[in-house]
Design a protein around this ligand. Structure first.
Ligand SMILES: C[S@@+](CC[C@H](N)C(=O)[O-])C[C@H]1O[C@@H](n2cnc3c(N)ncnc32)[C@H](O)[C@@H]1O
Length: 444
C-alpha cells in the first residue's frame, strides 16, 4: 500500500496529543473527536501541529490491530498498566515508521524525546531499542503479520467473522477499502446553483474536483481541504457529504406538496438534501432524539436557508410528539454500527462490540414498526443505514415485511451497488462511495 505523505510537524506536543487521543479511544471508549479534544488538540497553536496530531491519531486507530500485533512481537513482555502511555507512544511511532513517509531517524529521536516529557527517562533505552529493532527487522515482521487475519487486515476478529460470512467474495476488498482514507465529497445546493457553476468556482479557487456519476449534486475533491477553504460554504452554496447518503433524496421519489418525515435526522445532511432536491416545496419535519445533535440540524438549516420543522422526540414513541397527520414519505436513516463508514471513522473498529449488533438490530426493527403507522396509504418509507452488515439491513426489512401485511418492497433499479434479497447494498469504495444500505417500502 502507498505510504501516506506527511507534512513535517512541530514535534513533541503534537505527538503527545496523538498518543493520548489513541489511549482515550482504546482504554476509555471515547470517540476520536472527543478523544482529540480531551487530549488537548486545541492547545496546539500551529495549524500544522493540529493536523499532524489528528492524522497520526486517526492513522494509528486505522492500523491499531496491526500495530498491536507488531508491538507484541517487539516487546519481550507487555508493558505494565502504569506504563500504558509508553505503549501508545510506541504504537503511534510504529504507525509513522510503517505507514508514512516521515523520516525514520526523526520519528525515532522525537519519540525518544517525548519519553522525557512523560517523565519516564528510564524508558528511553527501551523505546529506542523497540523502534530500532522494528527498523532492522521490518520486512520479516511484516511477513509475520500476514499469518494473522486480524493483524493483516487490522480489523477485530468479531467483525472479520461477520464480514466473511456476509461477503465471502468481497470481505478482503472491504477491509482494504476500510483502511484507506475516505475522499472528501460535496453536495451542491441545487436550489442556489448548478453543479457545473460550483465546479467553476472551485476551479477558480484552485481546488481540483470531479463530478459524481451517481448523483447530480455530488462532487468529489481530488484531496480533502478544510471547510474554510470551500468557497460559499458559510453562504450555503455547498455542504460536505459523501455521495452514498446523497442517494436518499433520489430514492424517496419526492414530489411537490408532500408531507415528509425525516425520522432520525441529526446532524441534518439528508434533511437539507431533501429540501434541495424537491425545490423546497415540501412540508418537512426533522425528528431527533438527542437534543445536542438536534442543535446541529438547526444550524445547518440556518446556514443553507431551509425552512424545516425540527422536533425533539423519540421515533419509537410517536404518541409523544406526532400530531396525527400522516406523511407521504418517511426517511428512516436508522442508528447503526457504522460498519460502512469505517474509512471515515476508524475508531469504530475499537469502539464497537459484537454484542452491539443484536441490540442495534432490535432498535432498528422497533423504529421501523413504530413509524409505519404514520405513513399514508400509497406512501413510501426509505430505510437506510451506513452499515454493510445484513443483520442491520436486509434481515431487518425481512422481519418487518414478514409481519406487516400492508407493506410491500419496491425495487431500487440502479446500475451500482449489490442487489440483495431486500434492498441494495453499496460497499465501501464502490464509485468512491461510503458503504450504505437502502430499501424502499410502500404502504398498500
Ligand atoms: C445515522 S444518524 C442520522 C444521520 C442523518 N440522517 C444525516 O443524514 O445527517 C441517526 C440519528 O438518529 C438519532 N436517533 C437514535 N434513536 C432515535 C430515536 N428513537 N428517535 C429519533 N432519533 C433517534 C441519533 O441520535 C442520530 O442522530
Amino acid at each position: 500500500m502507498a505510504k501516506t505523505k506527511m507534512a513535517k510537524p512541530n514535534i513533541v506536543t503534537s505527538r503527545l496529543v496523538a498518543c493520548r487521543a489513541v489511549q482515550l479511544v482504546a482504554d476509555q471508549g471515547f470517540n476520536s473527536d472527543r478523544a482529540l479534544t480531551e487530549a488537548g488538540i486545541s492547545k496546539l497553536s500551529d495549524k500544522r501541529d493540529t493536523s499532524f496530531a489528528s492524522s497520526i491519531s486517526l492513522g494509528t486507530l486505522r492500523w491499531f490491530h496491526q500495530l498491536q500485533a507488531l508491538l507484541a512481537m517487539l516487546l519481550d513482555k507487555p508493558l505494565q498498566r502504569k506504563n500504558r502511555d509508553l505503549h501508545f507512544l510506541l504504537l503511534t511511532a510504529l504507525f509513522q515508521l510503517s505507514k508514512t513517509d516521515i523520516a525514520r531517524h526523526g520519528v525515532v529521536s522525537e519519540t525518544v524525546n517525548t519519553v522525557n516529557v512523560l517523565n519516564k527517562k528510564w524508558a528511553k533505552g527501551l523505546v529506542n531499542g523497540v523502534l530500532r529493532n522494528y527498523l532492522r527487522q521490518a520486512d520479516e515482521l511484516q511477513r509475520e503479520l500476514l499469518k494473522s487475519p486480524v493483524a493483516e487486515t487490522s480489523h477485530p476478529q468479531w467483525l472479520l467473522n461477520l464480514l466473511q460470512t456476509a461477503w465471502p467474495q468481497q470481505w478482503r476488498n472491504i477491509t482494504q477499502e476500510n483502511n484507506k482514507q475516505a475522499p472528501m465529497s460535496l453536495r451542491v445546493n441545487e436550489l442556489r446553483m448548478s453543479r457545473d457553476e460550483y465546479l467553476d468556482i472551485l476551479s477558480a479557487a484552485n481546488i481540483s474536483a470531479s463530478c459524481s456519476d451517481i448523483v447530480t449534486s455530488g462532487i468529489t475533491l481530488e484531496s480533502p481541504c478544510s471547510i474554510e477553504m470551500l468557497p460559499g460554504f458559510d453562504a450555503g452554496l455547498v455542504s460536505v457529504q459523501d455521495i452514498a447518503p446523497q442517494l436518499a433524496a433520489n430514492f424517496l421519489d419526492l414530489q411537490n406538496a408532500q408531507r415528509v418525515l425525516d425520522a432520525c435526522a441529526a446532524p441534518g445532511g439528508k434533511t437539507a438534501h431533501i429540501m434541495e432536491a424537491s425545490t423546497g416545496k415540501l412540508t418537512l419535519t426533522a425528528l431527533e432524539l438527542d437534543p445536542h445533535r438536534l442543535q446541529r440540524i438547526t444550524h445547518t438549516m440556518q446556514r443553507l436557508g431551509h425552512h424545516v420543522e425540527v422536533i425533539e422526540g423519540d421515533a419509537c414513541n410517536p404518541e409523544s410528539w406526532w400530531k396525527g397527520e400522516k406523511y407521504d414519505r418517511i426517511l428512516l436513516d436508522a442508528p447503526c454500527s457504522g460498519s460502512g463508514v469505517i474509512r471515515r471513522h476508524p475508531d469504530i473498529k475499537l469502539l464497537r462490540r459484537a454484542s452491539d449488533i443484536d441490540q442495534l438490530a432490535s432498535q432498528q426493527l422497533k423504529l421501523l414498526q413504530a413509524l409505519w403507522p404514520l405513513l399514508n396509504s400509497g406512501g413510501k418509507l426509505l430505510y437506510a443505514t451506513c452499515s454493510i452488515l445484513p443483520q442491520e439491513n436486509e434481515n431487518i426489512v425481512h422481519s418487518f415485511l414478514s409481519a406487516e401485511g400492508t407493506a410491500k418492497e419496491l425495487d431500487i433499479d440502479v446500475h451500482y451497488g449489490q442487489s440483495r434479497q431486500h434492498g441494495i447494498q453499496i460497499l465501501p469504495g464502490e464509485h468512491k462511495m461510503d458503504g450504505f444500505f437502502y430499501a424502499c417500502l410502500q404502504k398498500n
